[in-house]
Structure formats: structure tokens, C-alpha cells
Design a protein around this ligand. Structure first.
Ligand SMILES: NC(=O)c1ccc[n+]([C@@H]2O[C@H](COP(=O)([O-])OP(=O)(O)OC[C@H]3O[C@@H](n4cnc5c(N)ncnc54)[C@H](OP(=O)(O)O)[C@@H]3O)[C@@H](O)[C@H]2O)c1
Length: 289
């Protein structure tokens, strides 16, 4: 019986596959799926089973999930399609008779009012009602959402947002992948919902950490949500995603991306990557380019 990782052509899914392999899971027991299997060719060369799965096309899912004991359901990209996609995948997983569905959700999914939480809340409800054994990983905001902006932040000496003084328990994808691997490789966890966050910080505090690491003053500039949306659109984000990301900052301001849960450190058995470490890593990568 195999473990299917969806979204393996993306950042989080790929890290889960890599960390499962590093933990000693035989490659022939892992099925890596994506819409474009070309992106998974190196995994296939290393013995991982590679299959095409497009959640928007349920006809691809029966073959993709055949013989699976566990499906890791990584939420898909397009915000407006996320719930329908997840419902298709949960239905296909049930048809395949899997014994566990692990779903990557968002922090505080049952109470958060931000736009992005809506599909996660509906998916969690659908999953619970489906009768399938499940584990829900409520992943925190990625630290990479900030460190990926390193060159812009350096150029403008500013971090932009609409988060006011809200605190965000952001975590590195690497740690969130490690939590998924812990759930996949340990007994127990069935029926659990984990709130997975790292060290909380305000964006003013984060700007101070950027300043410290980069040796130049970085300001956090809080702007109205409409201005932030426009800036993100100008920077090349699709309008729907720009609106959702800016709206997430209003959720951040309301505390919806904060958790004081220690679920993440408990699952991974070590301290989480700090914002400072994440910025140092990103700066080292930038310098090596
Ligand atoms: N917590 C956060 O801060 C945060 C931030 C951004 C996103 N997210 C959510 O977390 C998920 C994983 O994050 P990530 O960084 O790994 O995102 P990512 O790198 O964009 O990867 C997304 C994955 O979803 C796949 N996908 C998209 N639409 C699909 C569909 N219709 N059927 C099957 N697969 C589909 C993509 O496949 P292709 O290669 O075919 O495109 C890709 O493998 C995202 O998809 C999003 O839902 C969370």
C-alpha cells in the first residue's frame, strides 16, 4: 500500500516527498502526483511512482489514487476553485478506499473570517462529514511569504502590509512538511486537528529582524488594504490572489494567523525555524546567485 502526495510538483508537496524519502520510506511506496508529471521526472528516476492528478478533472483521480492507504491532500492554488477541487479529491479518495486522508488546511480554519479560510473551513467540514479517517494539518502562514520578498525589501528598505499590530505565527514550509511526515510515519494522529505555527511576531518586529540581518534599516509600512492589493497586482500577482493575500493581512490584524499552540514543535520534535534563521537562509541563497 502506498502514500499519495498531491501537489508534489509544488513547494510543500515536494518537501513532504523529499522528507519521507529521507526518513526511510521506500520510494516504491510513495506516489507523487501533479498536473504536469514532467515536473516530477527526477522523482520517477529515483523510483518514486509518479502519476497525473488534476483535482478539477475527477477522471484522473481514480488512477492516481489506486492502491493508496493514505492520501496527503495539499490544497490547490486557485482560490475560487479550492473547495470544489478538494471535494473531488476527497470523493476519489473514498472511492479508492483509503484508510487516511491528511489535509493541509489553514490556522484557525473554523473561526477565521479571512477570504482564504473559507474554502479550508468548507473542506474540513466536508472531510469530517465524509466518514473517511482524517488528520487535519492547519498550516500557519509561510515564513517564505516574507523571505521571498527579500530583494524587494532590500531595494525599497520597506516591508509593506495591512496587518497593523497583529501577530503572525509564521512557519517555514520545511517545518510544516516535517509535521506532515511525522503524522505519516507515526502511529496515532487519526481524527486530530493540529494548529501548526512558529514563533509569533508583528510585521514591525519582522522589519527589525530584516534590519538586523541585512545591516540596513527596514521599515514596516502599513497601508490601506486597497493600496496593498494594488501594489501586489502591480508586482504581478493575479488580481484574485492579490485580493486574497491583502485580505489575509486584515485577518492577521484580527489575530487569525496567530496561534499559541505548540503542536508544531511537538510533532517535529525540535524548535521551529525562527524568522531570523529564515531571513539568514534567504539572504545566503540570494548572495549565492
Ligand atoms: N500557508 C501559507 O502561507 C500558504 C501560502 C500560499 C499557499 N498556500 C496553500 O498551500 C498549498 C501548498 O503550498 P505550496 O507553497 O506548495 O504551493 P505551490 O508551490 O503553488 O504548489 C501548489 C501545488 O498544487 C498543485 N495544484 C494546483 N492546482 C491543482 C489541481 N487542480 N489539481 C491538482 N494539483 C493542483 C500544483 O500543481 P501544478 O504544478 O500542476 O501547478 C502544485 O503542485 C497551496 O496550493 C495553497 O493552497 C498556503
Amino acid at each position: 500500500m502506498s502514500t499519495v502526495i498531491t501537489g508534489a510538483s509544488g513547494h510543500l508537496g515536494r518537501l513532504i516527498v523529499d522528507q519521507l524519502l529521507a526518513a526511510g520510506t521506500p520510494p516504491e511506496q510513495i506516489v507523487a502526483t501533479g498536473r504536469d508529471t514532467g515536473k516530477l521526472a527526477d522523482l520517477a528516476r529515483n523510483g518514486v511512482m509518479v502519476r497525473r492528478a488534476d483535482f478539477a478533472d475527477p477522471s484522473t483521480l481514480d488512477d492516481a489514487f489506486a492502491g493508496a492507504a493514505t492520501i496527503v491532500l495539499v490544497s490547490t492554488t486557485t482560490v475560487g476553485e479550492r473547495f470544489d477541487n478538494a471535494r473531488n479529491a476527497i470523493d476519489a479518495a473514498r472511492r479508492a478506499g483509503v484508510s487516511r486522508i491528511v489535509y493541509t488546511s489553514t490556522l484557525n480554519a473554523s473561526t477565521a473570517r479571512m477570504m482564504l479560510a473559507d474554502a479550508h473551513r468548507r473542506t474540513e467540514e466536508y472531510l469530517r462529514d465524509s466518514g473517511s479517517p482524517f488528520v487535519i494539518l492547519r498550516n500557519g502562514w509561510y515564513l517564505e511569504n516574507y523571505t521571498d520578498q527579500l530583494s524587494m525589501i532590500t531595494q525599497y528598505r520597506a516591508l509593506l502590509g495591512s496587518a497593523q499590530d497583529g501577530r503572525v505565527s509564521a512557519a517555514a514550509r520545511q517545518d510544516l512538511a516535517a509535521a506532515a511526515v511525522a503524522v505519516l510515519t507515526q502511529d496515532g494522529h487519526l481524527g486530530a486537528t493540529y494548529e501548526l505555527g512558529g514563533t509569533p511576531f508583528t510585521l514591525t518586529e519582522l522589519a527589525a529582524t530584516f534590519s538586523d540581518v541585512l545591516g540596513t534599516h527596514i521599515t514596516y509600512r502599513d497601508v490601506p488594504v486597497a493600496d496593498y492589493t494594488a501594489t501586489l497586482t502591480d508586482a504581478g500577482l493575479p488580481p484574485e490572489m492579490a485580493a486574497a493575500v491583502a485580505d489575509a493581512d486584515t485577518g492577521l490584524a484580527r489575530g487569525e494567523l496567530f496561534t499559541d499552540s505548540d503542536d508544531l514543535t511537538k510533532l517535529i520534535g525540535r524548535a521551529t525555524i525562527t524568522p531570523r534563521e529564515a531571513i539568514l537562509n534567504a539572504a545566503a541563497v540570494e548572495e549565492s546567485r
